[in-house]
Structure formats: C-alpha cells, structure tokens
Design a binder for this molecule. Sequence first.
Ligand code: GAR
Length: 232
Amino acid sequence: MDRAPFRIAVLASGTGSNLQAIIDAIAGGHLPAQLAGVFSDRPAAPALERARVAGVPAVAVRPRDFANRLEFDEHLFSRVDSVHPDLIVCAGYMRLVSELAVTARPGRMINIHPSLLPAFKGLHTHRQALDAGVAEHGASVHFVSPELDGGPVIAQARVLVLPGDDEATLAARVLRREHPLLLATLQLLAHRRLLLDGNRVLLDGQPLAHPLQLTDDNATLQPPDPINPPAY
Ligand code: GAR
C-alpha cells in the first residue's frame, strides 16, 4: 500500500519565492509531497496570496493580538498542527520561534537561512558577508533548534562574492540558489532519508560529517569534496 503523502506546512513572512518554488515543484510532479497550509505573522505577506492562488489554506496570525511570544506561538502552532504536517518549513519566516514550540517538534522543523552557517546568523546576512570581505557566501538549510540559526545544518549552496557586489546583487545570487537547495533537501526529507538524531543529521541512517553541498548545476546534493573540502 502507498504511504500517505508527505505533508508540508510553510511559515513565511514575506515575498514567498521559496514557497513558490515548493508550490511549483509539487504541481510539476518534482516533489512527492502535499502543501498542507501556509502560515504567516504578516496578513499582507505576498506568500499568503501565493498560497491562495495555489488553492492552499493560508492563515495569518498577528503577533500584536497576543500578550507575548509564547502565547502567539501557542496559537500559531495549534493552527499549524491542525493541518497535520510531517514537516514545518520556515521559508523567510522572520520571527524567533519559542523554545517550547521547537522542542515539542523535534526534527520536524527546518529553516532556510541566507548564509553559510555557522557564519552570519541573524539579520542582514548579505551585508555581514560584504563587511567581512569573504570570498564565498551562500545559503543553508538546517533543522531548527532553540538557538537562533543554530540547529544542525543539513545542506548548503555556495556562491562567489564578486567584485562590485552590493547587498542587492549578492542577495539575488544567493536567492537563485536557495530554491534548488530547499527543493533538493525537501526531496530527501519527503523520501524519509534524513533524520535528526540529537544534534546529528542522519542521511540514510549515517551521520553527516559535514553539510551536503548543492552541485554547481543546481541538480543534487552531494557530500563535500574530500580532497578539497570547503572551509567551515
Ligand atoms: C530568503 O532569502 C530566506 O533565506 C531569508 O528570507 C528570504 C525570504 O525570501 N530568511 C531569513 O533571513 C530567515 N532568517 P522569500 O520570501 O522570497 O522566500
């Protein structure tokens, strides 16, 4: 008998281009999953409109209607739980998630972050990268832990920082690789090939020594080159 479809809930605060990549991949038959709902802390987030257009339940929960983060998260995640997701994907979700909400869902929440973690946590990552003068920048997908942008990293995509880059050009170059990075990671998760085991990421039952790397043609995730591994 076929397994029930892998159900994804997305949390998004803004534009939702990563969400759109998920919607398109599912519609195109490239991701064996079902989008169970999209949730936002911003009622005007374009991500919610993208969900509605795709016929996916779209829910806004406003932080200002709650006394504090805990009460907000309690309500938000009760709405998320009501769609029975196998996985919660933070895709441009710009709020801290309370420790309680994270620890209640071990290994069931991932985040895409626009830097090569552990470098440049938090906000304005592209500016941080330019200020630091790094030659390489990128994006990471990681399991969410209570520490901001601190959970075990599953996979990364790297881009070169080019002479003359500013925040906008660098952000655009990174974002173009975020979409295939997120989709390739979701492929592995949907096939139940990735698990969180304490602080370790298991791929096919084996711990990952380093994050998987998106190949240059954006096609697949591979372990880092052992001869010439990227600097961490
Ligand atoms: C993406 O670059 C994502 O990595 C980043 O916000 C952008 C959302 O774009 N997330 C964070 O900074 C989380 N701290 P999108 O709304 O077009 O998917």
